[in-house]
Design a protein around this ligand. Structure first.
Ligand code: A3P
Length: 339
């Protein structure tokens, strides 16, 4: 039951649908919920944390990087952190991004059955157990005692965060949903918290029917887009970063009131390139592999290209995607830079 002062209804996804989904997504074994008027979709554990997300204390010095998953969050996090911290390469290299930016709601994706497995598997190494406890601890607990400024990663839509969330600074990043789906499909296959075992076409059907974590996709984006003129909100597109990273760095720098020389920006572009990222243990989420949460050959930092979806969509899916995007952009002036 949600707390009495939680303003949104949380309803269980019907048993048949949940059972079908749990056959494909083996990381969840209890079921799923929908939240609020938009029906945001989450694993069952969301119920336990909903009120904590909604009522957590927001400080004006907080910096949130938010997105729908696989939209370039990690890339944006490092960009934002570097800009806000006056290009402190030393600390960036020394402290993993996962420590610098607690992931607010990762804990809801770690089902107790999985937590038990991960704990048993890592039980031979106390330092790994400590790391496991850290990455799976509810984000609201992790940030409660963190020194200011706090840097926080979240995939929650604005409406499920505290109503005064934009007292803090927020950088939201959006990406072509077709590339998002391909990228998230790969991650869903390799993260045991998701444990996806189907093909891409089936995954895509779940995605556009809003039967996937953090969907409905377009509502998520529109909520942030509507706030894009708020002085504390910076709305970016992955495709914009891809096309002209130095221009994006300048936008982020402006947002944080910083000025950098051309040489500083060039060095930051190198630091943020996909090649550097792949080899940078501080940002590439190898921690998930170390703990056995991520398995197989796939990497968290993958291709890093815009438009790769074309290799995954047949003609029918391409037409379906066109229509779905068109329908969802009808009531908004949100436009992707390349559409
Ligand atoms: P692909 O799977 O399409 O390669 P998130 O951080 O939100 O999970 O997003 C992950 C996506 O961003 C992945 O997309 C990943 O490869 C891409 N990405 C991460 N770092 C990047 C970088 N430095 N340059 C370009 N893309 C990057």
């Amino acid at each position: 039951m949600p707390e009495p002062n939680y303003p949104f209804e949380i309803t269980d996804v019907d048993v048949d649908t949940a059972e079908l989904l749990m056959k494909y997504f083996t990381g969840e074994t209890t079921g799923f919920v929908r939240v609020g008027p938009k029906g945001y979709f989450f694993p069952n554990k969301f119920k336990q944390e909903a009120i904590n997300y909604y009522t957590m204390e927001i400080k004006p010095s907080d910096v949130f990087v938010t997105s729908y998953p696989r939209s370039g969050t990690t890339w944006t996090q490092e960009l934002v952190w570097m800009v806000a911290n006056d290009l402190d390469y030393e600390t960036s290299n020394a402290i993993p991004l996962t420590d610098r930016y607690p992931f607010l709601e990762f804990s809801i994706c770690v089902h107790p059955d999985n937590m038990q497995k991960f704990t048993e598997e890592n039980s031979h190494d106390e330092s790994k157990l400590e790391l496991l406890r850290l990455v799976t601890k509810p984000g609201t607990e992790l940030i409660a005692d963190a020194p200011s400024p706090r840097f926080i990663k979240s995939h929650l839509p604005l409406s499920l965060l505290p109503p005064n969330i934009l007292d803090a600074k927020m950088v939201y990043v959006a990406r072509d949903p077709r590339d998002v789906a391909v990228s998230f499909y790969h991650l869903n296959k390799s993260m045991r918290t998701q444990g996806y075992n189907g093909d891409f076409k089936t995954y895509w059907e779940f995605f556009i029917k809003d039967l996937h974590h953090w969907t409905p996709y377009f509502d998520h984006l529109k909520e942030a887009w509507e706030q894009r003129h708020n002085a504390n909100m910076l709305f970016l597109f992955y495709e914009e970063l891809s096309k002209d990273l130095s221009a994006s760095i300048r936008r982020v720098a402006d947002f944080f009131g910083k000025t950098f020389s051309d040489e500083q920006i060039k060095r930051l572009c190198d630091h943020l390139s996909i090649e550097s990222f792949k080899n940078n243990n501080s940002v590439n989420y190898d921690v998930m592999k170390e703990l056995g949460i991520m398995v197989g050959k796939k990497e968290f930092i993958r291709k890093g290209k815009a438009g790769g979806w074309r290799d995954y969509f047949d003609e029918e899916m391409t037409a379906q995607a066109d229509q779905w995007i068109k329908d969802n952009l009808r009531d908004t002036d949100l436009r992707f830079p390349h559409f």
